[in-house]
Design a protein around this ligand. Structure first.
Ligand code: PLP
Length: 453
């Protein structure tokens, strides 16, 4: 067996020389510019200057850039290497064997970062640009805590203070990532909190309010606006966040090249859209240029069906209506996300760039309920020994279904999935699943706000 064949069979790695040194900006290759964010008071495109009070200036530049490749600053590249990056591309041979499928299943392993997911790829970049412009303190929100831990980590790398508003239900039920962030030195508050007027208003109405990601975002923005030395940091949705994640797909593309393979199917889960975009956009570039007919499929929760049942319209990014309006697939910023275990998928909207690609038919999405997703996760654990994050398990379910279809047809599909995180801090969810106690949720009716524009 040649070493190339051996790599194909197990795991593909990259040397330092082969590691990508730029991010890919899909805005350079869209057939038309994606609709811009609007100022809710004027319904006109928001001026970048207005955003400077919230985000670091270089990030706003990246948000609207149409340059195809943006160089990764040396300090960020160095921090990536220590995560460590590049991450392996793993062939799930034992899973293939168990399924008796003719398909090949590859995972891009983002579960190896110190906090267990892909989120540090953008946290490090955002902390770097903020430090560079003199920001002293970063504020953010987090759902189940993956993003919060990543920003807390990035803040210690670049010597910034960090405050995190964590959705109250997760803060209480899943303290693991709260504790990790605190060990990193971040200040943690459960949201709604008594730290902001929006939080106090909600607590007055309901002292046990469970919180949502949309509420925590409103609190983080209010806090940012109240402190001059502070900027806000977002873990998904926005163009620059998605772009920082493309290091994942750029590495994967090189890894597939090394084994003379190209995926027939690119899949991943979608919360706000960053891990999917990061993995998928470098391949989508080829589709936009008409060079491949690879299928792109994003997987979400039936409890938060933002792309499968949402409407493509302008909506707020938060519950308190403080953000600009984003054109996206949305189930409405007031949607009360049910308490599924995949906390990272509990967001009402989808990244404008992914929404655009779904709306235009370049990719599609599917939705699953959590019990079937945990069934898939159990199969993975009992074949590959991997305990997958509940979020990531949504795309695993799709991978399993596709691989079983290939078993019937004999098709040798190459299936590539972004393994966005491990589930070692989600064991209470696994415990409930094993005890048969998981509930499935699916909204009967969804009220979606419509803005005239
Ligand atoms: C492991 C993991 N995967 C996926 C997601 C979904 O977020 P996004 O769509 O931004 O990648 C999250 C969010 O926290 C996550 O923790």
């Amino acid at each position: 067996m040649t070493s190339k064949d051996k790599m194909k069979e197990y795991m593909v790695t990259l040397s330092l020389d082969e590691t990508p040194t730029s991010w890919y900006n899909i805005q350079a290759d869209l057939p038309e510019p994606a609709p811009p964010p609007l100022d809710p008071t004027t319904l006109k495109p928001i001026s970048p200057a207005l955003l400077e009070r919230i985000f670091a200036k270089e990030l706003i530049g990246q948000e609207v850039s149409t340059e195809r490749y943006i160089k990764i600053p040396d300090e960020v590249f160095d921090a990536y290497l220590r995560l460590p990056r590049p991450t392996p591309l793993y062939r799930a041979k034992r899973l293939e064997k168990y399924l008796k499928t003719s398909a090949q299943i590859y995972f891009k392993c983002e579960n190896f970062s110190p906090t267990g997911s892909h989120k540090p790829n953008t946290a490090i970049a955002q902390a770097y640009y903020n430090k560079k412009q003199g920001t002293n303190r970063l504020v953010t929100e987090t759902g189940a805590g993956q993003w919060g831990t990543a920003l807390a980590l990035a803040s210690i790398i670049f010597g910034l203070k960090c405050r995190i508003y964590m959705v109250r239900a997760s803060y209480q039920q899943k303290p693991g990532r709260k504790i990790i962030s605190q060990v990193y030195g971040a200040e943690m508050f459960q949201s709604p909190s008594d730290q902001t007027s929006f939080g106090r208003k909600l607590l007055k109405e309901n002292p046990n309010h469970p919180g949502t990601l949309g509420i925590a975002i409103s609190e983080a923005i209010e806090d940012t606006l109240a402190h001059d030395d502070t900027r806000y940091s977002l873990g998904s949705v926005l163009n620059h966040v998605l772009m920082h994640q493309t290091i994942v797909g750029l590495e994967a593309k090189k890894q597939f090249e090394l084994v003379d393979t190209y995926p027939d199917l690119v899949c991943g889960c979608i919360g706000g859209g960053s891990n999917y975009a990061g993995f998928g956009f470098p391949f989508m570039m080829d589709k936009l240029k008409g060079k491949t007919d690879t299928e792109f499929v994003a997987c979400e929760s039936k409890a938060v069906p933002h792309t499968t049942r949402g409407v493509y319209t302008y909506d707020y990014g938060d519950t308190g209506e403080m953000t600009p309006l984003l054109k996206m697939l949305t189930i409405g910023h007031g949607y009360a996300c049910p308490p599924i275990h995949a906390g990272g998928l509990r967001y009402h909207g989808m990244a404008p760039l992914i929404s655009y690609l779904i709306y235009k038919g370049y990719m599609r999405s599917v939705a699953y309920s959590q019990t079937e997703v945990f069934e898939a996760a159990k199969i993975l654990a009992q074949t590959e020994g991997l305990i997958i994050a509940p979020e990531t398990a949504h795309s695993l379910k799709y991978v399993l279904d596709e691989a079983l279809k290939c078993k019937k047809t004999g098709e040798k599909k190459v299936i590539a999935m972004n393994y966005s995180g491990h589930g070692l801090l989600d064991l209470t969810a696994y415990e409930q699943f094993l005890a048969g106690k998981l509930a499935d949720y699916e909204p009967e009716k969804i009220d979606i706000p419509v803005f005239s524009h």
